[in-house]
Design a protein around this ligand. Sequence first.
Ligand code: SF4
Length: 361
Amino acid sequence: MIYVHVPFCHRKCTYCAFYSTPSARLREAYVDAVLHELELRKCEVAKPIRTVYFGGGTPSLLGLDQLQRMADALGHAVDLESLEEATLECNPEDLTPDFLAGIRRQGLFNRISIGVQSFDDTLLRLIGRRHTARQAVEAVEAAAGAGFENITIDLIYGLPGLDDGAWNKAVQQAVALPVKHLSAYSLTVEEGTALARQVATGRVLMPDDEQVVGQYRMLCDAMRSAGYEHYEVSNFARPGYASRHNSRYWDRTPYVGLGPAAHSFDGHRRRWNVADVERYVADVFEGRKYYEEEALTTADAHNETVMTGLRTAAGIPSQLVSRQQMQPYIERGWIIENADRYCPTEQGMLYADGMASDLFE
Ligand code: SF4
């Protein structure tokens, strides 16, 4: 599997701590450098490729010609014959009919991920998004109209001022759209973000934990009623539409990540590219090391398996932990035993991180 990180955004959303830059000047050099990195690393890519994911940042900020160059280079460098899923993350305001038709014609991407986040214009403005609720709805409809059948959207709950009624309405609005998949995240206040400053100065008041948990429960109930499977703490899919790419991250399948700030995993080591486009471009072309890496110990591998496994409905193999360790969670209704696995319940997924850290080696 291949991940391509596209680190460009028009401007920073208030809650976002990911690396990105608005610079249009660097985009062409960025594409050249990613293609060079692909050439350097194509032997590392497991054959054949089953999934490709262009994430960001905002991949839909790249022009059709730039995306075409990347798609062509991928087709030449690696075997895409068995490709099952290729996702392009997009922001609603970029999904014009021309852009969508162009992506369709290129033929690489068969899954569109749209950063809707909210259907409330006041909240969208508050968190610094550039689109309106109407644009978000139109983007989903335009993607479906252009022939994309596998569409996923992102929503955020636990937003300041988002009351339960509005959240319920947003989820109903999402499932009424032609979307096969929904990712819903609770808003977190990341250090160094504009949101963190707004919260610190009292300009923005975050909801309390009880309200956020209530919104998670509403989400789970509504998605179940609408026929979606809750396969990971933040992810819901119509049967057969779970993200294959992300599911493989959670299985700890090796992958190659290209681009500034992209992460890679070869089964033993994790590596991350420098989070700076200019340095990345210069280092890639001048033959300097443009990444750092860390070898995982057996304990790291165990801890990662437990951490990601407990966030997914598939859970973890029961031989990884003792029955005695799991007993308290089974009694609380957070874990059920299913064949030879311990699987989190919907309630348990909420406490996945806490359970996992208790089970770390
Ligand atoms: S568009 Fe996405 S990556 Fe870019 S600033 Fe907003 S949340 Fe972050």
